[in-house]
Design a protein around this ligand. Structure first.
Ligand SMILES: Nc1ncnc2c1ncn2[C@@H]1O[C@H](COP(=O)(O)OP(=O)(O)OP(=O)(O)O)[C@@H](O)[C@H]1O
Ligand SMILES: [Mg+2]
Length: 296
């Protein structure tokens, strides 16, 4: 494994990420030069339409899949150069994962408590610590009173809460959540998002949420749009989450175009249409400002 010095840079970096799936004789390009950079302790959302490459990106970040090209680094792990042992270590210690399909997150025949305890059994956590941590996590997710319930005896929102507790059982520094609110009603979805923000505050966990729901952007510090396998724009909130949920101003929201490692930007479709851009643009630089106009 290549040792990297993360103290000098972001905690998580994807650069020039490509993923090409082969189906029969056809190639499907799921990621095309995706860039992503996340600091330790951030909560970010990657927002995109169905098929834009969200799950593909998240599965690569989780160490379940490898990209066709590019680099991925998380903490001290270089995800393209890990031994099998390091892959296991990475999945068990560094990252917690919440699957898009809720039924994949929990074992149906285990109680909520047993589901949370299981990942710790697999990593050899002593029984007393397991007990304390499982109790604490179920308390954090607001299910202290549901220890003995099996998934079928819990509501959809409660199941997702248990899934969050399971994903956090081994205290991973990184939590990846694939559409964690996809199957929930608006109110329950917003409770789950509040919970993820609480987890971030209480445990310092870095959280990456992927979703098709642009409304989630208002619940996170930074939202990044993904289009056709590439991150294109980013919206940041200057206000803290506490102030934001207090109904504070939206005026501190800023949108940026992302520049990839080769200097490319994606011109938003509406601007593209308005300027009637076809094949090329004329570039101007005046007083530190860049202007683009259609060059036919
Ligand atoms: N195992 C696979 N084999 C072939 N093509 C795949 C595979 N997985 C994903 N794809 C294709 O890659 C593209 C991106 O898929 P992905 O699952 O990452 O999208 P997504 O943004 O998560 O969509 P959704 O919001 O519907 O979950 C899609 O065109 C999909 O058909
Ligand atoms: Mg998906």
């Amino acid at each position: 494994m290549t040792q990297t010095n993360e103290s000098s840079g972001p905690y998580l970096v994807c650069s020039g990420l490509f993923k090409i799936y082969k189906v029969a004789d056809l190639e499907v390009v799921a990621l095309r030069g995706l860039e992503l950079s996340v600091d330790r302790g951030e909560v970010i959302a990657v927002v995109g339409a169905s098929g834009s490459g969200k799950s593909t990106m998240l599965n690569i970040l989780a160490g379940y899949d490898t990209p066709s090209a590019g680099t991925v680094r998380v903490g001290r792990f270089d995800l393209l150069n890990m031994t099998n042992k390091e892959v296991v270590e990475y999945r068990r210690q560094e990252v917690g994962f919440i699957w898009q399909e809720t039924s994949r997150n929990l074992f149906p025949y285990l109680t909520a408590y047993e589901n949370v305890e299981l990942p710790m059994l697999l990593t050899g956590v002593p029984s007393r610590t397991r007990r304390e941590r499982a109790n604490e996590l179920l308390e954090i997710v607001g299910l202290g009173h549901r220890h003995t319930h099996r998934p079928a005896q819990l509501s959809g929102g409660e199941q997702q809460r248990v899934a969050i507790a399971v994903a956090l059982a081994n205290r991973p520094p990184l939590l990846l959540a694939d559409e964690p609110t996809g199957e929930l009603d608006d109110e329950t979805a917003s409770e789950v998002l509040d919970l993820l923000n609480n987890v971030n505050q209480e445990l310092g966990t870095t959280i990456v949420i992927v979703t098709h729901d642009p409304a989630i952007s208002s619940s996170v510090g930074r939202a990044i749009a993904i289009r056709d396998g590439k991150t294109s724009t980013e919206t940041t909130r200057a206000v803290s989450f506490e102030r934001a949920i207090g109904g504070d101003t939206d005026s501190d929201i800023e949108e940026f175009l992302l520049v990839d490692s080769s200097g490319s930007i994606q011109i938003p479709r509406e601007v593209f249409d308005e300027l009637a851009i076809r094949r090329r643009v004329r570039l101007g630089v005046t007083d530190g400002r860049v202007t683009l106009e259609s060059g036919e």
